[in-house]
Design a protein around this ligand. Structure first.
Ligand code: NOJ
Length: 869
């Protein structure tokens, strides 16, 4: 194999399969072809050991065994939502891939953690890390090899986006920090983290065309194309993935949608180019479930694993990989080195986190039944049966502590007037609204949490988990209120305004619970196809607030929501004295609400998204209707999402990104800004180190006969096997000239990474500290509290480049006792201070004066400093 530079050809429509649909706007370059797939193990560093082991392992494998570890066995063909083939000869098990980023999906005796968005709202790095660690401990206890999280896309460009709650908030820096902490936490426990969804998977509508054809959108022929410019692709959408890769994420999931006219899971520009070359990703890329839309093309474009294995149609048993990959390698369409690289990447991930077939638990649950006994392969009609659930209690001490701590710190107090909170000096308390209480169907009464008829702990879809319990506010607050000598009454019917008004008129304090829910696009809940239809509270929540507030001048509103809601009809009502936001707080959400309302803790959450006054104030809305067979989502807002948009157009939001009140007061002062001595501050970063030499594992191709189904294995209908039939074996001819490779296709591995690549997460120079900012935070109030110091950068002017008014580039949460102060130190990396220059295809450090803005929200800036390069 010769070594040349990677081929980046800016050719239109040269991908093997691209949408035939015309590109809408010239600024979105159709994804250009990038070949070959960079082999894993060419970056020197923390993956070295893993690659040494992985290569030795793969060198011993047969063709079929290699195929097996890259292919899923099919939907419901094993205990987990994804199961790879196994290698019985070596005692190497089928790998178990399992949702979700919120808690283990489809099992029992697990924890439902606060979701990603709640975790983002804590702005607490330690909690981000510990939550992931606790989650991974549970995954390991259940025998899960690969945890399908963290989720850092959607980033939340549209506030109605159905799965925004699974990720950490509407800013790439916040998402990046949370992703980094999560990957470290998960993998330290020996579980493979999956950073998903790569990339620009920002709405549910039309994410997969089959799913939406079934929902009545019959003219669709392909998933939507997110048309993203080169700068936003890197500064917004790929940014958190760089952090995850820097943290060593061992797998990445490509998404359902197309990006710039090419399916994300067969897009060589994204997988070979951005992920494996620019970001130096050394693990494996798996498809989202049935997100793969081709066989050979996807493999050449950088896909390493097909999930759940049957790819053409859901659960049809017809694979893109499996036996078809065996054929493609035997006939030469897929070069053997690519298969070796796929298998080596999977095994490197396995060894990187320290898994070992001798010690790592095997799955002890079934995703498809909670009964103790059942079919082992529920996806096939001829499945053997046996004990499938061992009901292992996965919940340990760490989970117990962390689940409540994250929920508490995720609560954001947005309004507090007339000393309404914390509750004190009242004797008659009343709660209103269904979200205050338990669902009449129980915590798990709705499949995949697809209903909104009680406390909202998380949204719906694959990002969910079975609740061991869910603590509602009525349950948590009843005991506390009674212990404090209060009367405690409630009306949980959202629509019975008369009864609500009657109670509201007779009590000291009324707490109205309203909610909004969303989830994954395969379910429709109250008319919402995944994405929310609007930003209003569900169940006419605004009417309930108005009715209660008309009767009670101390009305407090609690919002249990998956994101921003429109609160304009009541927020300025003088009787609405306080408002708090509980953002998908998991199983302990009621405890957390209770703790904040009664003042057991001081609230310290900050909004991980902007709440606008009007829906039209946001830069983006979901595309709900489509006239074209391939919906075109033009990301015309470019890098100006969320607060960047509000700043740019001087729109006053109701509550800005980063905002949240406390029961104490803080003073942030004495900013000091120092540039790092000795750091290189040239406009362009130093060139990255060259790749290390390619290592070929084993290039011998067996005879096709060796791939034929052995006589002695059971052949379950629809199960995905690597074997081929005798007649196929007979007809296979090795011929490397007949596959229609795309124009510009190459198999020459690069010796040099692209200038932005060369290290895990990108050019190592991007991670150098160029400046350090310090401030003092004093608690000037009377109770213990925690404050989030937020650092925003205003960049120097660069001709022809527009920067946001300010950009989040640092935060730290500190807990400070009354009368005390603490020093916060924030590092600014070259990456934080650079922008992606499209023409030079590099991260550049602007020349001139940088302003450092420090505050406790994106609009409450109280300290400023500067430095220049
Ligand atoms: C589809 C979802 O998009 C993904 O997040 C999930 O991990 C897979 N399904 C598996 O359930």
């Amino acid at each position: 194999m010769k070594h040349y530079g990677i081929q980046i050809l800016w050719l239109v429509a040269a991908q093997i399969i691209v949408s035939s649909f015309a590109v809408q706007a010239e600024r979105y370059i159709p994804s250009p072809p990038v070949y070959p797939a960079p082999m894993g193990g060419m970056i020197d560093g923390e993956w070295n050991d893993a690659y040494t082991k992985a290569r030795a392992f793969v060198a011993n494998l047969t063709l079929l065994e290699k195929v097996n570890i890259t292919s899923g066995t099919g939907w419901q063909m094993g205990p987990c939502v994804g199961n790879t083939g196994s290698i019985p000869r070596l005692g190497f098990p089928s790998l178990c891939l399992q949702d979700s980023p919120t808690g283990i999906r489809y099992t029992d005796l697990n924890t439902v953690f606060p979701a990603g968005l709640a975790t983002g709202a804590t702005f607490n790095k330690d909690l981000m890390y510990l939550r992931a660690k606790a989650m991974a401990q549970e995954n390991k206890a259940k025998g899960i090899n690969v945890l399908l999280g963290p989720c850092m896309g959607p980033i939340g460009r549209a506030p109605e986006g159905g799965r925004n709650w699974e990720a950490f908030g509407s800013d790439p820096y916040l998402q990046g920090v949370a992703a980094y902490q999560s990957v470290i936490g998960i993998q330290e426990e020996g579980v493979i983290a999956t950073s998903k969804h790569f990339i620009a998977n920002e709405q549910e509508h039309f994410r997969q065309h089959q799913e939406w054809v079934a929902q009545g959108f019959t003219n669709l022929s392909e998933p939507y194309s997110s048309n993203v410019d080169e700068r936003a692709l890197r500064e917004i959408y790929a940014w958190p993935f760089a952090d995850a890769i820097r943290a060593g994420t061992a797998s990445v999931m490509c998404s359902y949608n197309q990006v710039n006219q090419s399916q994300a899971c067969q897009n060589s520009y994204l997988m070979n180019g951005i992920l494996k070359d620019e970001l130096g990703f050394q693990g494996f890329v798996m498809s989202d479930w049935n997100g793969q839309r081709s066989g050979v093309a996807s493999v050449l474009a950088g896909l390493d694993m097909s999930m759940p294995g049957d790819g053409l149609g859901w659960a049809d048993g017809i694979p893109y990989l499996g036996s078809n990959l065996t054929i493609a390698v035997l006939n030469g369409s897929v070069p053997i080195w690519r298969l070796d690289d796929m298998a080596t990447r999977v095994m490197a991930a396995y060894f990187k986190v320290g898994q070992d077939p001798k010690t790592y638990p095997v799955p002890n649950f079934s995703s498809f039944t909670l009964a103790t006994h059942g079919p082992i392969y529920p996806g096939t009609t001829e499945s053997p049966s046996g004990k499938v659930n061992y009901h292992v209690n996965a919940r340990g001490d760490l989970s117990r502590e962390i689940v409540r701590a994250v929920a508490q710190e995720s609560i954001v107090l947005v309004k507090n007037t007339k000393n309404a909170l914390p509750l004190s000096g009242i004797t008659k308390l009343g709660l209103f609204g269904s979200a205050a209480g338990p669902s009449p169907l129980g915590p798990n009464g709705c499949p995949e949490r697809g209903c909104a008829n009680g406390t909202i702990g998380i949204g719906w879809g694959s990002g969910t988990s079975n609740f061991p319990y869910i603590m509602s506010a009525v349950e948590a607050m009843g005991i506390e209120a009674i212990n404090r000598g209060m009367t405690f009454e409630y009306v949980l019917d959202d629509y019975d305004l008369t009864t609500a008004e009657t109670l509201a008129a007779t009590i000291d304090t009324a707490i109205v619970f309203i909610s909004a829910d969303s989830g994954e696009g395969f379910m429709v809940v109250e008319g919402n196809h995944g994405d929310r239809n609007d930003l209003y509270a569900f169940h006419s929540g605004d009417d309930l607030v108005a009715a209660v507030a008309a009767q009670n001048e101390n009305t407090i509103v609690v919002i249990e929501s998956v994101g921003a809601i429109d609160m304009e009809s009541w927020i300025e009502n003088g009787n609405v004295t306080a408002v708090l936001y509980a953002i998908t707080g998991g199983q302990d959400v009621g405890f957390a609400i209770n703790d904040v309302l009664f003042g057991n803790i001081s609230p310290s959450g900050k909004l991980p998204f902007t709440i606008a006054k009007h829906r039209k104030d946001y830069p983006v809305d979901v595309m709900y209707k489509v006239e074209q067979p391939v919906p075109q989502l033009n990301f015309t807002e470019e890098i100006f999402i969320d607060y960047r948009h509000f700043d740019k157009y001087k729109i006053k939001p109701r509550y800005e990104f980063g905002y949240g009140l406390s029961y104490t007061t803080f003073n942030i002062s004495t900013i000091s800004v120092t540039t790092a001595t000795g750091a290189a501050t040239d406009e362009a970063p130093a060139l990255p180190p060259p790749y290390s030499a390619v290592v070929i594992t084993n290039e011998t191709l067996p005879h096709a006969k060796s791939a034929v189904y052995p006589a002695d294995i059971p052949r379950y209908p629809k199960y995905v096997y690597p074997y081929i039939t005798k007649s196929t074996a007979h007809s296979i001819k090795y011929d490397r000239s007949s596959y229609p490779y795309p124009k510009g296709y190459s198999e020459e591995q690069p010796t040099l990474p692209s200038i932005v690549g060369g290290g895990s997460g990108g050019n190592p120079a991007l991670w150098e500290v160029l400046a350090v900012v310090e401030v003092t935070v004093a608690n000037t109030g009377s109770v213990l509290g925690a404050e989030v110091v937020q650092l925003y950068i205003a960049y120097p002017e660069v001709k022809g480049v527009e920067f946001p008014v300010k950009t989040l580039r640092g935060f730290e949460k500190v807990s400070v006792a009354p009368g005390q102060s603490a020093t916060v130190s924030l590092n600014l990396l070259r990456r934080d201070l650079s922008y992606y220059d499209v023409a030079r295809r590099n991260w550049l450090l602007p020349r001139g004066r940088y302003t450092v803005l420090i505050g406790n929200s994106s609009r409450n800036i109280t300290e400023a400093g500067s430095f220049s390069f």
